[in-house]
Write a protein that binds this ligand. Structure first.
Ligand SMILES: Cc1cc2nc3c(=O)[nH]c(=O)nc-3n(C[C@H](O)[C@H](O)[C@H](O)COP(=O)(O)OP(=O)(O)OC[C@H]3O[C@@H](n4cnc5c(N)ncnc54)[C@H](O)[C@@H]3O)c2cc1C
Length: 408
């Protein structure tokens, strides 16, 4: 067993690596280097409750006072700048050099800011860190005019939160649909209706081409159709860039993230990766990089176990959730694998859609305000047996009964 583990990054995946090592009895040295000054925390609240209320209860995964208890040497505001794979050392931003027996890259990603003139103005925000959320919270106020650029998850959650705070919101998305990447046929139209009903001015097929300083702290936005809009603040939610530069520079195999196997091991057997920065090489030759809370936790745990020689192959079932207004949106599985769809009638504010493959196996589920159904459907997806589509589409048959017949 290795004598020391260095973790580059102090986010969600990093915290689960460290916690797993200690809970499984590892007694060696653990050093955790994080570019942020905060201890590891969960990011989902940043675009939800943190943005409205600045709720003081941040979900820290390791509190300040717990590092000593866990015997984890946490180095806040300290980046890993370089990996020397031959000497097995890392060079830190404070010029310190540390040796590792095993290194875990859990550096997550950063917000992508497209090269649009004016995106460097002070009124332009991105949202990845607690500091970003604090800055944004101070700007989103009742009556303010918010321009959200990008109709993906972060943009939509910020739009919902801004509306709830009483701001007016225009959302510009360059694709013809919202959340187009998710490839679920029901999702875009649902989100569209939800945001329009809540007063968001949605502009699809619309690109911001320029922002100019309006001299009052805000800006004028110009769109590709020549129209203009005055905004007090702009929030750009244009996707994530994996923080894989230290891995690329060290010569590890990377492809928009660090390539890893089911043990989380990279092309260097002493180096692992987990979370948003890790790209899982699948048995069928596919590559999977997930940007989700569930993956950061589960892959962090899997890497912790791998480091201890407990091989637990990590083959995730993609799972993601979002909350916007009063809608809890949950998705599991892979929409692209679905060839037909079954819709199960739900209550007025619910939706339950199940994607099936050619063999009638559930491969994807999308539920609105139906967490219990989603839980069951995740089991069907994992079960990978043909589903009785008549029964599952019949609201008169309780899901528990369907499950009993299906799963035994
Ligand atoms: C606003 C927001 C809302 C979200 N909402 C949801 C949601 O509702 N549902 C869901 O499933 N997922 C959600 N996510 C995604 C989820 O939070 C991420 O998938 C998860 O945080 C990834 O964890 P991670 O540990 O891989 O990366 P991170 O949590 O990003 O941690 C990486 C850390 O490494 C640090 N770092 C980077 N480079 C270096 C370096 N060279 N040296 C040292 N440290 C470095 C970074 O500063 C960061 O602190 C949301 C994300 C955001 C930003």
């Amino acid at each position: 067993m290795t004598k020391s583990v260095v973790i580059a990054g102090a986010g969600q995946a990093a915290a689960w690596v460290a916690r797993t090592l200690r809970s499984e009895g590892y007694v060696g040295r653990i050093v955790m280097c994080g570019a942020e000054h905060e201890p590891p925390y969960e990011r989902p609240p940043l675009s939800k409750e943190q943005l409205v209320s600045g709720a003081p209860d941040m979900p820290y995964l390791i509190r300040h006072d717990e590092f000593a208890e866990l015997s984890v040497e946490w180095k806040p505001a300290t980046s890993v700048n370089e990996i020397d794979r031959t000497a097995k050392t890392v060079m830190l931003s404070n010029a310190e050099q540390i040796s590792y027996g095993a290194l875990v890259i859990a550096t997550g990603g950063r917000a992508h800011l497209p090269p649009v003139p004016g995106f460097d103005l002070d009124c332009v925000h991105t949202l990845r860190t607690l500091d970003d959320a604090r800055r944004l919270r101070a700007s989103i106020k009742e009556g303010r005019r918010v321009l959200v650029v990008g109709g993906g998850w972060i943009g939509l959650e910020v739009a919902a939160t801004a509306r709830q705070a009483g701001a007016s919101v225009v959302l510009a998305e360059m694709a013809p649909n919202l959340c187009a990447r998710s490839e679920s046929p029901f999702l875009s139209s649902y989100l569209h209706a939800l945001h329009v009903a809540n007063g968001v001015d949605l502009r699809l097929d619309t690109r911001v081409v320029r922002l100019t300083d309006s001299g009052d702290g805000g800006c004028m936005a110009e769109f590709n159709d020549g129209s203009q809009l005055k905004a007090d603040l702009v929030v750009v939610g244009a996707g994530l860039i994996p923080n894989d530069e230290i891995a690329v520079d060290a010569g590890l195999h990377c492809d928009r993230g660090v390539l890893v196997d089911a043990a989380g091991q990279s092309s260097d057997p002493s180096i692992y990766a987990a979370g948003d920065v890790a790209v899982l090489c699948m048995p069928d030759g596919g590559k999977l990089r997930l940007e989700s809370w569930q993956n950061a936790q589960d892959q962090g745990i899997a890497v912790g176990l791998s480091l201890l020689g407990k091989q637990v192959p990590y083959m995730p079932q993609p799972f993601f959730w979002s909350s916007q207004y009063d809608a809890l949106i949950q998705m599991a599985g892979t929409a692209q694998a679905a060839t037909t769809w079954v819709t199960r009638p739900g209550q007025e504010n619910q939706q339950i859609h199940i994607g099936l493959d050619d063999a009638d196996r559930a491969v994807y589920a999308m539920c609105i305000n139906a967490p219990r159904d989603l839980r069951m459907l995740r089991r069907f997806i994992a079960d990978a047996k043909p589903l009785d589509r008549q029964r599952v589409a019949d609201a008169a048959v309780p899901m528990a009964k369907v499950a009993l017949a299906q799963l035994g």
